[in-house]
Design a protein around this ligand. Structure first.
Ligand code: HEM
Length: 401
């Protein structure tokens, strides 16, 4: 038996608490071929080049060993231009012009109200799990408000989201059963959203779902199936990622009490702090969905057409060839160019929403928890090497302001 490659070691759940020394090792071979023919790319410059390369596809149907054609409408994260761009533009239209307050900033009061309710909920205790009690419920609640899911349906919506996320992670046990459950829950969720979209078509509101279903523009309109696929994408893509950003953030602050104190006394610092978190402890560590459409030569290696490509975003954001002192968490980086939200045409659609959610929750936790202390370091992690974050984050504190 050959010894596991550096990349295989990164995938090993036993290494989840601190994969960064392995990422440092991985960067020594910027483009590393794995035994199964996958190419893993780990240096900043090469990752950026591939994120912007039209010869790199996000459509699984281009794999040399393509899975059987799926019946379902594919959401735009799994499509290439021009279809990707049409659906992304049709969705973006509802978020207002770039850099304007628009839909996201309008959600600020609701986000704060939800956060306040969650922190009030742990006020009577001396110990809480920041993952289950604060980070977990927030992103789904926000997506429900954004889409216009009626409040009485929110608990059901939460349950579906939980079930789908639960079945998404990698793992060998019960693979068939988990796949069956994911399909079944996915269908229920899709049926629910299709029904709600029909209601909104007859009686449009101010919400995103109404917008998606009624808007006609230069790109035409979305089909009802595309509306449902897009809504599900927004739910799934923004769920565990945001939970992990909040949990990784709280963990980092608790490990650096001086930093926590700085943000407490100067709350505006939460903005560079969240940006640095996306670089230093990124919720999306790997993008494992790319396929070479042509032979691509990069950093002296040729990736043959049809090969799967993994982009190790977490390694790229700590590349010393790109930035100084990458292993240090710093609030004063003049230009913090990181790969936390990916890049190119698939750059995270929800980045402004995710930033704002994390800024609000982390500020409120820092402001309100008195003398917070980490109970276990490292905390237990979820198994996924792709979406990395603590499964629980127990914190002791002396009351809540
Ligand atoms: C894409 C990260 C939150 C919606 C991506 C990608 C990354 C990412 C790395 C690129 C994937 C690729 O290139 O294949 C994150 C992180 C988040 C976050 C770290 C939280 C901290 C959200 C939220 C939403 C969202 C809240 C939605 C409300 C999307 C969508 C795409 C995407 C729709 C696909 C964009 C496209 O294909 O054009 N995200 N995301 N994300 N994200 Fe996020």
């Amino acid at each position: 038996m050959t010894s596991p490659s550096v990349f295989e070691q990164i995938l090993d759940p036993a290494r989840r608490a601190d994969p960064y020394p392995l990422f440092d090792e991985l960067r020594k071979t910027p483009v590393a071929r794995q035994e199964d023919g996958t190419y893993v790319v780990s240096t900043y410059r090469e990752i950026v080049a591939l994120l912007h390369d039209p010869r790199v596809s996000s459509d699984r149907r281009n794999l040399a060993t393509a899975p059987p054609q799926e019946e379902r409408t594919v959401s735009f994260i799994g499509l290439d231009p021009p279809e990707h761009d049409r659906l992304r533009r049709l969705t973006m239209h509802h978020f207002g012009p770039p850099h304007s307050p628009g839909l996201i900033d309008g959600l600020r009061p609701e986000m704060l109200a939800i956060t306040t309710g969650l922190i009030d909920g742990i006020a009577g205790k001396r110990q809480a799990d920041v993952v289950d009690e604060v980070a977990y419920p927030l992103p789904v609640a926000v997506i429900c408000r954004l889409l216009g899911v009626p409040q009485e349906d929110e608990p059901q919506f939460h349950a579906w989201a939980d079930q789908i996320i639960e079945t998404l992670g990698p793992g060998e046990e019960d693979r068939a059963e988990r796949e069956r459950l994911r399909q079944a829950t996915g269908l229920e969720l899709e049926r629910y959203l299709a029904g709600l979209a029909e209601v909104r078509r007859g009686q449009p509101g101010e919400d995103l779902l109404s917008g998606l279903i009624t808007y006609h523009g230069p790109d035409g309109a979305m089909t009802p199936q595309e509306v449902v696929a897009t809504s599900v994408l927004l739910l799934i893509a923004g769920h565990e990622t945001t939970i992990n950003l909040i949990a990784n953030g709280m963990l980092t602050f608790l490990r650096h009490p001086d930093l926590l104190e700085r943000v407490r006394t100067d709350p505006g610092l939460i903005i560079p702090a969240v940006e640095e978190l996306l670089r230093y402890e990124p919720p999306v560590q790997l993008v494992s969905s790319r396929i070479a459409l042509d032979d691509i030569t990069i950093a002296g290696t040729t990736i043959p057409a049809g090969s799967p490509i993994v982009l190790a975003l977490a390694a790229g954001s700590r590349d010393p060839a790109h930035l100084a002192d990458p292993g240090r968490f710093a609030l004063d980086r003049p230009r913090n160019e990181h790969l936390g939200f990916g890049g190119g045409v698939h750059y995270c659609f929800g980045a402004p929403l995710a930033r704002l959610e994390a800024q609000i929750v982390l500020s409120e936790l820092i402001r309100r928890l008195r003398n917070p202390r980490l109970v276990t370091d490292p905390p237990p992690y979820r198994p996924s090497a792709v979406l990395r974050g603590p499964r629980h984050l127990l914190v002791d504190y002396d009351g809540v302001a």
